[in-house]
Design a protein around this ligand. Structure first.
Ligand SMILES: [Zn+2]
Ligand SMILES: [Zn+2]
Length: 369
Protein backbone atom coordinates (compact mmCIF):
# COMPACT_ATOMS: atom_id res chain seq x y z
CA UNK A 1 0.00 0.00 0.00
CA UNK A 2 1.31 3.46 -0.89
CA UNK A 3 2.82 5.61 1.82
CA UNK A 4 1.74 9.23 2.13
CA UNK A 5 4.52 11.67 1.34
CA UNK A 6 5.28 14.53 3.65
CA UNK A 7 6.40 16.80 0.83
CA UNK A 8 3.70 16.95 -1.81
CA UNK A 9 5.09 19.89 -3.75
CA UNK A 10 8.05 18.26 -5.49
CA UNK A 11 8.11 15.66 -8.24
CA UNK A 12 7.80 11.96 -7.63
CA UNK A 13 7.27 8.97 -9.86
CA UNK A 14 4.31 6.65 -9.43
CA UNK A 15 3.88 3.22 -10.94
CA UNK A 16 0.77 2.31 -12.90
CA UNK A 17 0.67 -1.42 -12.32
CA UNK A 18 -1.76 -2.16 -15.14
CA UNK A 19 0.22 -0.36 -17.83
CA UNK A 20 3.54 -1.17 -16.11
CA UNK A 21 4.41 2.44 -16.70
CA UNK A 22 5.76 5.19 -14.45
CA UNK A 23 4.06 8.57 -14.31
CA UNK A 24 5.76 11.75 -13.08
CA UNK A 25 3.68 13.71 -10.58
CA UNK A 26 4.87 17.29 -10.74
CA UNK A 27 2.43 19.39 -8.67
CA UNK A 28 4.82 22.36 -8.65
CA UNK A 29 4.15 22.74 -12.37
CA UNK A 30 0.53 23.67 -11.69
CA UNK A 31 1.85 27.09 -10.63
CA UNK A 32 2.70 27.78 -14.25
CA UNK A 33 -0.03 30.04 -15.65
CA UNK A 34 -0.12 28.32 -19.03
CA UNK A 35 -0.31 24.76 -17.84
CA UNK A 36 -4.01 24.43 -18.38
CA UNK A 37 -5.25 25.04 -21.85
CA UNK A 38 -8.99 25.32 -22.00
CA UNK A 39 -10.80 26.41 -25.11
CA UNK A 40 -14.49 26.64 -25.84
CA UNK A 41 -15.91 23.85 -28.03
CA UNK A 42 -16.26 24.58 -31.69
CA UNK A 43 -19.75 25.77 -32.34
CA UNK A 44 -21.60 24.33 -35.25
CA UNK A 45 -24.93 25.52 -36.42
CA UNK A 46 -27.58 22.87 -35.94
CA UNK A 47 -28.69 23.58 -39.49
CA UNK A 48 -25.52 21.83 -40.63
CA UNK A 49 -25.53 19.10 -37.99
CA UNK A 50 -25.97 15.55 -39.30
CA UNK A 51 -27.04 14.28 -35.86
CA UNK A 52 -29.98 16.63 -35.31
CA UNK A 53 -33.55 15.41 -35.59
CA UNK A 54 -34.84 15.86 -39.14
CA UNK A 55 -31.41 15.13 -40.63
CA UNK A 56 -31.63 11.35 -40.25
CA UNK A 57 -31.03 10.82 -43.95
CA UNK A 58 -27.64 12.58 -43.64
CA UNK A 59 -26.28 9.50 -41.88
CA UNK A 60 -26.37 5.81 -42.91
CA UNK A 61 -29.61 4.10 -41.76
CA UNK A 62 -29.83 3.46 -38.00
CA UNK A 63 -28.95 0.00 -36.68
CA UNK A 64 -30.75 0.69 -33.40
CA UNK A 65 -33.09 3.37 -32.04
CA UNK A 66 -34.28 4.02 -28.52
CA UNK A 67 -37.23 6.16 -27.51
CA UNK A 68 -38.22 7.25 -24.05
CA UNK A 69 -41.81 8.06 -23.46
CA UNK A 70 -43.53 10.15 -22.40
CA UNK A 71 -40.54 12.54 -22.30
CA UNK A 72 -40.04 12.09 -26.03
CA UNK A 73 -43.67 11.74 -26.96
CA UNK A 74 -43.31 13.93 -29.97
CA UNK A 75 -40.04 12.47 -31.10
CA UNK A 76 -39.40 9.26 -32.98
CA UNK A 77 -36.16 8.62 -31.15
CA UNK A 78 -34.13 9.66 -28.15
CA UNK A 79 -30.93 7.72 -28.90
CA UNK A 80 -29.92 6.56 -32.36
CA UNK A 81 -27.05 4.23 -33.34
CA UNK A 82 -25.72 4.60 -36.89
CA UNK A 83 -22.71 3.20 -38.75
CA UNK A 84 -19.98 5.85 -38.97
CA UNK A 85 -20.09 7.50 -42.38
CA UNK A 86 -16.29 7.78 -42.34
CA UNK A 87 -15.30 4.52 -40.61
CA UNK A 88 -11.84 3.82 -39.23
CA UNK A 89 -12.54 0.10 -39.65
CA UNK A 90 -13.95 -1.71 -42.68
CA UNK A 91 -17.28 -3.41 -42.27
CA UNK A 92 -16.41 -6.11 -44.79
CA UNK A 93 -13.28 -8.04 -45.57
CA UNK A 94 -11.58 -6.65 -48.62
CA UNK A 95 -8.99 -8.33 -50.80
CA UNK A 96 -5.49 -8.12 -49.38
CA UNK A 97 -3.08 -5.54 -50.64
CA UNK A 98 -0.25 -8.03 -50.45
CA UNK A 99 -1.40 -11.55 -49.56
CA UNK A 100 2.12 -12.96 -49.44
CA UNK A 101 3.19 -10.54 -46.75
CA UNK A 102 0.29 -11.31 -44.46
CA UNK A 103 -0.42 -15.01 -43.94
CA UNK A 104 -2.56 -14.38 -40.82
CA UNK A 105 -5.03 -12.17 -42.52
CA UNK A 106 -6.83 -14.99 -44.29
CA UNK A 107 -8.54 -15.69 -40.96
CA UNK A 108 -9.64 -13.58 -38.04
CA UNK A 109 -6.59 -12.81 -35.92
CA UNK A 110 -6.91 -13.93 -32.34
CA UNK A 111 -5.24 -12.64 -29.21
CA UNK A 112 -3.14 -15.80 -29.22
CA UNK A 113 -2.06 -15.09 -32.79
CA UNK A 114 -1.09 -11.60 -31.80
CA UNK A 115 0.85 -12.70 -28.75
CA UNK A 116 2.36 -15.64 -30.64
CA UNK A 117 3.32 -13.21 -33.35
CA UNK A 118 5.45 -11.11 -31.05
CA UNK A 119 6.83 -14.13 -29.20
CA UNK A 120 7.80 -15.93 -32.37
CA UNK A 121 10.33 -13.47 -33.72
CA UNK A 122 13.34 -15.59 -34.48
CA UNK A 123 16.60 -13.69 -34.79
CA UNK A 124 17.89 -16.36 -37.16
CA UNK A 125 14.92 -16.02 -39.43
CA UNK A 126 16.07 -13.91 -42.35
CA UNK A 127 12.52 -13.44 -43.62
CA UNK A 128 11.44 -10.63 -41.27
CA UNK A 129 9.13 -8.44 -43.28
CA UNK A 130 9.43 -4.78 -42.37
CA UNK A 131 6.40 -3.88 -44.45
CA UNK A 132 3.68 -6.17 -43.14
CA UNK A 133 0.08 -5.34 -43.82
CA UNK A 134 -3.00 -6.84 -42.33
CA UNK A 135 -6.63 -6.75 -43.20
CA UNK A 136 -8.81 -5.20 -40.50
CA UNK A 137 -12.53 -5.75 -40.28
CA UNK A 138 -15.14 -4.93 -37.71
CA UNK A 139 -17.43 -2.01 -37.12
CA UNK A 140 -17.42 1.69 -36.34
CA UNK A 141 -20.65 3.13 -35.02
CA UNK A 142 -21.87 6.46 -33.69
CA UNK A 143 -24.29 6.62 -30.78
CA UNK A 144 -26.23 9.88 -31.18
CA UNK A 145 -27.37 10.69 -27.66
CA UNK A 146 -30.13 13.20 -28.30
CA UNK A 147 -32.31 14.43 -31.15
CA UNK A 148 -31.59 17.96 -29.88
CA UNK A 149 -28.40 19.86 -30.61
CA UNK A 150 -26.94 19.43 -27.09
CA UNK A 151 -23.22 19.61 -26.36
CA UNK A 152 -22.77 17.30 -23.41
CA UNK A 153 -24.27 14.18 -21.90
CA UNK A 154 -24.70 16.28 -18.73
CA UNK A 155 -27.51 18.16 -20.52
CA UNK A 156 -29.55 14.96 -20.87
CA UNK A 157 -32.08 13.97 -18.24
CA UNK A 158 -31.56 10.78 -16.23
CA UNK A 159 -33.86 8.70 -18.39
CA UNK A 160 -32.14 9.72 -21.61
CA UNK A 161 -28.70 9.09 -20.05
CA UNK A 162 -29.81 5.62 -19.05
CA UNK A 163 -30.93 4.96 -22.65
CA UNK A 164 -27.44 5.93 -23.85
CA UNK A 165 -25.93 3.38 -21.46
CA UNK A 166 -28.48 0.81 -22.64
CA UNK A 167 -27.28 1.44 -26.19
CA UNK A 168 -23.65 0.92 -25.06
CA UNK A 169 -24.60 -2.40 -23.47
CA UNK A 170 -26.62 -3.57 -26.48
CA UNK A 171 -23.95 -2.69 -29.02
CA UNK A 172 -21.20 -4.36 -26.95
CA UNK A 173 -23.40 -7.46 -26.78
CA UNK A 174 -23.89 -7.30 -30.53
CA UNK A 175 -20.21 -7.02 -31.45
CA UNK A 176 -18.61 -9.13 -28.71
CA UNK A 177 -21.26 -11.73 -27.86
CA UNK A 178 -23.18 -12.19 -31.12
CA UNK A 179 -20.60 -11.31 -33.77
CA UNK A 180 -17.77 -12.60 -31.53
CA UNK A 181 -15.24 -10.01 -32.63
CA UNK A 182 -11.96 -9.99 -30.74
CA UNK A 183 -12.24 -6.48 -29.35
CA UNK A 184 -14.75 -3.68 -28.91
CA UNK A 185 -14.45 -0.31 -27.21
CA UNK A 186 -16.99 2.45 -26.50
CA UNK A 187 -15.57 5.94 -26.26
CA UNK A 188 -16.61 9.53 -26.17
CA UNK A 189 -14.70 12.56 -27.42
CA UNK A 190 -16.12 15.89 -26.29
CA UNK A 191 -14.48 19.05 -27.57
CA UNK A 192 -11.81 19.67 -30.16
CA UNK A 193 -8.93 18.83 -27.79
CA UNK A 194 -10.50 15.44 -27.10
CA UNK A 195 -10.71 14.58 -30.78
CA UNK A 196 -14.32 15.51 -31.48
CA UNK A 197 -15.22 16.92 -34.87
CA UNK A 198 -18.91 17.48 -34.15
CA UNK A 199 -20.42 19.29 -31.18
CA UNK A 200 -23.73 17.37 -31.02
CA UNK A 201 -23.46 14.98 -28.06
CA UNK A 202 -22.48 11.50 -29.25
CA UNK A 203 -20.29 8.49 -28.46
CA UNK A 204 -18.59 6.02 -30.73
CA UNK A 205 -17.85 2.32 -30.80
CA UNK A 206 -15.09 0.52 -32.68
CA UNK A 207 -15.00 -3.27 -32.97
CA UNK A 208 -12.04 -5.09 -34.53
CA UNK A 209 -11.11 -8.64 -35.38
CA UNK A 210 -7.69 -8.17 -33.80
CA UNK A 211 -6.78 -7.31 -30.26
CA UNK A 212 -4.77 -4.06 -30.02
CA UNK A 213 -1.36 -4.68 -28.46
CA UNK A 214 -1.97 -2.36 -25.46
CA UNK A 215 -5.21 -4.16 -24.62
CA UNK A 216 -3.49 -7.54 -24.94
CA UNK A 217 -0.77 -6.33 -22.56
CA UNK A 218 -3.26 -4.91 -20.05
CA UNK A 219 -5.21 -8.20 -20.13
CA UNK A 220 -1.96 -10.11 -19.52
CA UNK A 221 -1.11 -7.83 -16.60
CA UNK A 222 -4.51 -8.55 -15.00
CA UNK A 223 -3.87 -12.26 -15.51
CA UNK A 224 -0.38 -11.93 -13.99
CA UNK A 225 -1.79 -10.11 -10.96
CA UNK A 226 -4.28 -12.94 -10.35
CA UNK A 227 -1.46 -15.49 -10.58
CA UNK A 228 0.79 -13.58 -8.17
CA UNK A 229 -1.79 -12.37 -5.66
CA UNK A 230 -4.69 -14.81 -6.05
CA UNK A 231 -6.89 -11.74 -6.36
CA UNK A 232 -8.17 -9.48 -9.10
CA UNK A 233 -6.13 -6.31 -9.67
CA UNK A 234 -9.12 -3.97 -9.72
CA UNK A 235 -11.00 -5.69 -6.89
CA UNK A 236 -7.85 -5.12 -4.81
CA UNK A 237 -7.52 -1.56 -6.03
CA UNK A 238 -11.15 -0.82 -5.13
CA UNK A 239 -10.60 -2.20 -1.62
CA UNK A 240 -7.39 -0.22 -1.13
CA UNK A 241 -8.90 3.01 -2.43
CA UNK A 242 -11.91 2.61 -0.15
CA UNK A 243 -9.59 2.06 2.77
CA UNK A 244 -7.36 5.05 1.97
CA UNK A 245 -10.29 7.33 0.98
CA UNK A 246 -8.03 10.16 -0.27
CA UNK A 247 -8.63 9.56 -3.98
CA UNK A 248 -12.33 8.65 -3.85
CA UNK A 249 -14.64 11.00 -5.74
CA UNK A 250 -17.92 9.12 -5.21
CA UNK A 251 -19.16 5.80 -3.97
CA UNK A 252 -22.51 4.20 -4.78
CA UNK A 253 -23.95 0.82 -3.79
CA UNK A 254 -22.23 -1.04 -6.64
CA UNK A 255 -19.54 1.33 -7.96
CA UNK A 256 -16.67 3.54 -6.92
CA UNK A 257 -15.19 6.50 -8.77
CA UNK A 258 -11.69 7.59 -7.85
CA UNK A 259 -8.65 9.42 -9.25
CA UNK A 260 -6.11 6.64 -9.83
CA UNK A 261 -2.86 6.73 -7.85
CA UNK A 262 -0.70 6.95 -11.01
CA UNK A 263 -3.09 9.06 -13.12
CA UNK A 264 -1.49 10.04 -16.42
CA UNK A 265 -3.72 13.10 -16.76
CA UNK A 266 -4.97 15.66 -14.20
CA UNK A 267 -8.40 14.82 -12.76
CA UNK A 268 -8.55 11.42 -14.41
CA UNK A 269 -11.38 9.34 -12.93
CA UNK A 270 -11.72 5.55 -12.96
CA UNK A 271 -15.14 4.03 -12.37
CA UNK A 272 -15.22 0.40 -11.22
CA UNK A 273 -17.90 -2.05 -10.16
CA UNK A 274 -16.96 -3.00 -6.59
CA UNK A 275 -17.95 -6.61 -7.26
CA UNK A 276 -15.82 -8.50 -9.73
CA UNK A 277 -17.31 -8.28 -13.22
CA UNK A 278 -15.30 -8.93 -16.43
CA UNK A 279 -17.86 -7.66 -18.92
CA UNK A 280 -19.63 -4.31 -18.97
CA UNK A 281 -22.39 -5.84 -21.06
CA UNK A 282 -23.31 -8.21 -18.20
CA UNK A 283 -24.71 -5.30 -16.19
CA UNK A 284 -28.33 -5.67 -15.12
CA UNK A 285 -30.86 -2.89 -15.65
CA UNK A 286 -30.69 -1.56 -12.10
CA UNK A 287 -26.86 -1.45 -12.08
CA UNK A 288 -26.86 0.18 -15.50
CA UNK A 289 -29.17 2.92 -14.30
CA UNK A 290 -27.06 3.47 -11.18
CA UNK A 291 -23.93 3.69 -13.34
CA UNK A 292 -25.52 6.11 -15.79
CA UNK A 293 -26.53 8.42 -12.92
CA UNK A 294 -23.05 8.22 -11.40
CA UNK A 295 -21.35 8.99 -14.73
CA UNK A 296 -23.74 11.90 -15.32
CA UNK A 297 -22.77 13.36 -11.93
CA UNK A 298 -19.06 12.83 -12.59
CA UNK A 299 -19.24 14.64 -15.93
CA UNK A 300 -21.00 17.49 -14.13
CA UNK A 301 -18.21 17.53 -11.53
CA UNK A 302 -15.59 17.77 -14.28
CA UNK A 303 -17.56 20.51 -16.02
CA UNK A 304 -17.91 22.40 -12.74
CA UNK A 305 -14.15 22.23 -12.08
CA UNK A 306 -13.10 22.88 -15.69
CA UNK A 307 -15.81 24.78 -17.57
CA UNK A 308 -15.63 24.24 -21.34
CA UNK A 309 -12.82 21.68 -21.05
CA UNK A 310 -12.77 18.88 -23.58
CA UNK A 311 -13.03 15.38 -22.10
CA UNK A 312 -12.80 11.71 -23.04
CA UNK A 313 -14.68 8.72 -21.73
CA UNK A 314 -13.70 5.10 -22.45
CA UNK A 315 -15.36 1.81 -21.52
CA UNK A 316 -12.81 -1.00 -21.21
CA UNK A 317 -14.65 -4.33 -21.23
CA UNK A 318 -13.17 -7.81 -21.55
CA UNK A 319 -12.12 -8.67 -25.08
CA UNK A 320 -12.90 -12.13 -26.45
CA UNK A 321 -10.49 -15.08 -26.66
CA UNK A 322 -8.44 -14.26 -23.58
CA UNK A 323 -6.58 -17.15 -21.96
CA UNK A 324 -8.11 -16.27 -18.55
CA UNK A 325 -11.23 -14.23 -19.31
CA UNK A 326 -12.24 -14.14 -15.65
CA UNK A 327 -9.13 -12.17 -14.64
CA UNK A 328 -10.43 -9.08 -16.51
CA UNK A 329 -12.34 -6.43 -14.53
CA UNK A 330 -14.19 -3.85 -16.64
CA UNK A 331 -13.73 -0.17 -15.97
CA UNK A 332 -14.53 3.30 -17.29
CA UNK A 333 -11.94 6.05 -17.63
CA UNK A 334 -13.12 9.66 -17.72
CA UNK A 335 -10.72 12.58 -17.98
CA UNK A 336 -10.75 16.24 -18.94
CA UNK A 337 -8.19 17.30 -21.55
CA UNK A 338 -6.65 20.17 -19.68
CA UNK A 339 -2.99 19.50 -20.46
CA UNK A 340 -1.38 18.80 -23.79
CA UNK A 341 0.57 15.65 -24.53
CA UNK A 342 3.90 17.27 -25.41
CA UNK A 343 7.38 16.36 -26.64
CA UNK A 344 8.55 14.54 -23.50
CA UNK A 345 5.47 12.32 -23.43
CA UNK A 346 5.69 11.54 -27.15
CA UNK A 347 9.39 10.80 -26.83
CA UNK A 348 9.35 8.73 -23.67
CA UNK A 349 5.79 7.38 -23.26
CA UNK A 350 6.21 8.72 -19.71
CA UNK A 351 3.55 11.25 -18.67
CA UNK A 352 3.94 14.33 -16.50
CA UNK A 353 0.86 15.08 -14.41
CA UNK A 354 0.85 18.52 -12.73
CA UNK A 355 -2.06 17.70 -10.41
CA UNK A 356 -1.78 15.09 -7.66
CA UNK A 357 -4.77 12.71 -7.84
CA UNK A 358 -5.44 13.35 -4.13
CA UNK A 359 -5.89 17.08 -4.85
CA UNK A 360 -7.94 16.35 -7.96
CA UNK A 361 -10.29 14.03 -6.06
CA UNK A 362 -10.78 16.63 -3.30
CA UNK A 363 -11.67 19.31 -5.86
CA UNK A 364 -14.06 16.98 -7.72
CA UNK A 365 -15.76 16.01 -4.45
CA UNK A 366 -16.22 19.68 -3.55
CA UNK A 367 -17.65 20.64 -6.95
CA UNK A 368 -21.15 22.07 -6.76
CA UNK A 369 -23.38 19.99 -9.01
ZN1 LIG B 1 -27.07 18.57 -33.84
ZN1 LIG C 1 -12.20 -7.78 -10.01
Amino acid sequence: MAQQREDSTSSEMRHDWLADRWVIMAPQRSARPNDYVIGPPRELSNQNCPFCVGHEDWTPPAVACYASSPACKNQLWSVRVVPNKFPAVNAHRRSLVDPLSCPLSANAVTAEDLLADTDAIDIHDSAINLFQRRDLTGGHEVIVESPQHLHSISQLDQEATCLVFTAYRDRLRHWLDERELAYCVVFKNVGLDAGASLVHTHSQLIATDILPADVARASERMELFVKKESACLFCRMAEDELEQQVRIVERTVDFIAFCPFASRFPSMITILPTNHQPRFQSLGDAELEQLSRLTHRLVRRIEACYPDAAYNFIIHTSPNRLRCPDSFHWRIELFPRITKVAGFEWGSDCYINPLAPESAAAALRRARI
